[in-house]
Design a protein around this ligand. Structure first.
Ligand code: SAH
Length: 350
């Protein structure tokens, strides 16, 4: 299925040419689609006959809100969307002082198998289309009435496992005739698919790259992230260096603090040594507890001590605020809960 909303303006132009339509209509259609219209009827500056043809040949898909949860503590809003094929994905809107940030999903499920992550528990269902990523930004903005200025690709899925669609999404959301969100306001987080990091570097985008590290050595990292067996630390860190050389963008390292697993002072020193010489920023994330997992978050004191060792060693490290902790706002938790509840409901109906 070809979706106009996944197409660039010149690709829409080519479709219109086939239909014998003038080129200027491409911009009109692109703008309407990127405003979040749900029907061609809303495209009031198009002739009726063209609207009818397009509706028949290129139906517009848009997600429906299945659940919406708003944090009473910090205004974080979490959406669970139903896509046109019935699958569900999550988007989170976070309100920071520098602007409203949406965290979007890039796949339905995930096949990376990280031990601490709820998104991967049911495996990968399918990658998302470019327009399905765009729709998360667009409809979160429309539904909440809050203008979105920043995007993080840190929801369900591994963005580099769906790289071509992600690149297309970035081009679309950055378009001046669309949402016009600056590349510098976009972060992409990966578990560390080395060849794909190199491919992304070739694009020389001004986005921020975040690496989910979570361990200072192969023994720890392989225990919680199966991807480390394919791309161990001695391959990952040089790939980060190459990325920096190509883009001049400082690398962000995410480090989920897991009690008695990766959070002691010796491990902080090991991490420091690992990142030596690399323009890096470390984000310490107190682990969000996932029901199905035995892993527990580090204590506040352990996080603070870890941070101090990094800072004293010259690596900037911030502790990520946990937003939306009252609304299952961490990766994949809401979708998981919803799928479980609908399974139970199905079983009860049987
Ligand atoms: N697949 C990508 C992006 C999605 S996850 C990646 O691996 O980077 C976004 C971030 O949340 C990653 O750093 C991921 O490791 C982290 N994360 C997942 N589950 C978590 C949990 N329960 N607690 C804390 N961080 C978690």
């Amino acid at each position: 299925m070809n979706h106009l909303k996944s197409m660039t303006m010149s690709e829409i132009g080519a479709v219109l040419k086939e239909l014998g339509q003038p080129a200027f209509r491409a911009k009109q259609i692109f703008s309407w689609l990127h405003k979040g219209v749900r029907t061609y009827e809303e495209m009031t500056n198009l002739p009726k006959s063209l609207r009818d043809t397009l509706a028949e040949q290129y139906p517009i898909n848009a997600p429906e809100v299945v659940r919406k949860q708003e944090s009473q503590k910090d205004g974080t809003i979490k959406y669970l969307w139903r896509l046109s094929d019935g699958n569900c994905v999550e988007t989170v809107l976070m309100r920071y002082h520098y602007g409203n940030t949406v965290c979007i999903s890039t796949e339905v499920g995930c096949r990376m198998g990280c031990a601490f992550c709820a998104s991967t528990l049911g495996g990968l269902v399918r990658p998302l289309e470019p327009f399905e990523m765009l729709d998360q930004v667009l409809f979160t903005q429309l539904d909440s009435g809050l203008p979105v200025s920043h995007i993080v690709l840190m929801g369900i899925g591994e963005p580099l496992d769906n790289l071509s669609n992600v690149l297309r999404f970035l081009e679309l959301v950055n378009s001046p005739d669309g949402m016009n969100i600056s590349m510098r306001h976009i972060s992409l987080s990966t578990c560390g698919l080395v060849p794909k990091i190199d491919e992304l570097a070739e694009e020389q985008l001004q986005i921020s790259l975040a690496i989910s590290l979570h361990g200072p050595n192969n023994a720890i990292r392989s225990r919680i992230m199966p991807v480390n067996k394919a791309y161990p630390i001695e391959e990952l860190i040089p790939a980060c260096r190459r990325y920096y050389e190509k883009t001049s963008r400082r690398i962000h390292f995410e480090y989920a603090m897991i009690r008695d697993l990766n959070d002691n002072p010796a491990q902080a020193k090991e991490l420091l040594a690992l990142l030596k010489g690399l323009p890096a920023h470390v984000n310490l994330i107190p682990l969000n507890h996932v029901e199905e997992s035995p892993l527990k978050p580090s204590t506040k004191a352990a996080v603070a001590a870890f941070q101090k060792i990094l800072e004293d060693g010259g690596v900037t490290a911030t502790v990520r605020r946990t937003l939306g902790s009252d609304i299952d706002a961490s990766c994949g938790q809401l979708r998981r809960k919803y799928n479980r509840e609908s399974d139970t409901a199905d079983q009860q109906r049987k």
